[in-house]
Design a protein around this ligand. Sequence first.
Ligand SMILES: NC(=O)c1ccc[n+]([C@@H]2O[C@H](COP(=O)([O-])OP(=O)(O)OC[C@H]3O[C@@H](n4cnc5c(N)ncnc54)[C@H](O)[C@@H]3O)[C@@H](O)[C@H]2O)c1
Length: 255
Amino acid sequence: MSKNVLVTGSSGLIGGIILKYNSDNNLFGLDIVPSEYPNHEISDISDSKKLADIFSKNNIDVVVHLAGKTSVAGTWDNLIGNNFDGTANVFEASKNSEVKKVIFASSNHAVGLFENDDPYKQIISGNYQDIKNYELIKSNCEIRPDSLYGVSKAFGENIGRYYYETFGIKVACLRIGSVRPVDTPVEGNSNRFFSTWCSHKDISGLIEACINSEKIGFNIFYGVSDNKWKIWDISNQKKILNFHPQSDAEIFRTE
Ligand SMILES: NC(=O)c1ccc[n+]([C@@H]2O[C@H](COP(=O)([O-])OP(=O)(O)OC[C@H]3O[C@@H](n4cnc5c(N)ncnc54)[C@H](O)[C@@H]3O)[C@@H](O)[C@H]2O)c1
C-alpha cells in the first residue's frame, strides 16, 4: 500500500534521486529552496513551529530526513541550527503527528576515524596488495566521528534511538557512503570512492526498502554499493530488509 512520505532536503542530490526512482509512494518535499516535487513546502527545519504545521496537515506516515549541512568542514555555527536543532525538530514533529517511521540520513563520517586504522586505511588508499581477509566494520561498531559534521550525524542516530525506545517511532539510520552527482566512483586518482561509492539505484533501493519494511525497530544500515573493496558490513540489509545492493564500483576500474 502506498504511504505518505515527507522528504526533508528534497531539493538536494538524494532528494532528487528518491523522486526519480519512487515507485508508488506519495512524496511530499520540504526544503529551504524549491524542488521538483509536485507537493513541496519551502521551510527551514530549524523553524519548529512551521515544521509542526506542515506535519499536522499532511498526514505523514514516514519521514525521510535528509535536510542539513553536508560538509565535513562544517562548523558549530552552521551545524547547530541545521543539523542539531533541525534534526531534533524533525523527531519532535514526527512524534507529535504520530509518524510511524523516520529514516535518518546519517553518514559514514559518524564512524570515519576507522579509516585511520589498517586495513581500512590501506584499502581506501588503494593499497590492496597485502590485504587478504579483513573484517568489515559493523553497524554496531564504536561511534568514531571524524568531524563536527560526523558528530552531528552521531547525534541524529542517538536522538533516533531515544525516540524509538521512548515513543515507539521506528527509526532506520543510514550511514551513507558516497552518493555522487555523476553516478560513478571515478574521480581523478582517488581510490576511496571504490570503497565508499553508493550508486543512485542502490541508495534509492535502500531507502525504499526501509520505507516498506515491517521489520524495522531501531536499525543502522550502511548506504554503500556491494563494492569489491567496501569496508562496511551490509549483511543486515538482506536479513532485515530483504534488500541487497546491485552495483559494484569495481566495474569502473580501468587499470
Ligand atoms: N551524498 C552523499 O554521499 C552523502 C553521504 C553521507 C551522508 N549524506 C547525507 O544525506 C543527506 C542528503 O545528502 P545530499 O547529498 O542530497 O545533500 P545536498 O546538500 O544535495 O542536499 C541537502 C538539502 O538539504 C537542504 N537543507 C539544508 N539545510 C536545511 C534546513 N535547515 N532546512 C531545510 N532544508 C535544508 C538543502 O537546501 C539541500 O537541498 C544529508 O543529510 C547528508 O549529510 C549524504
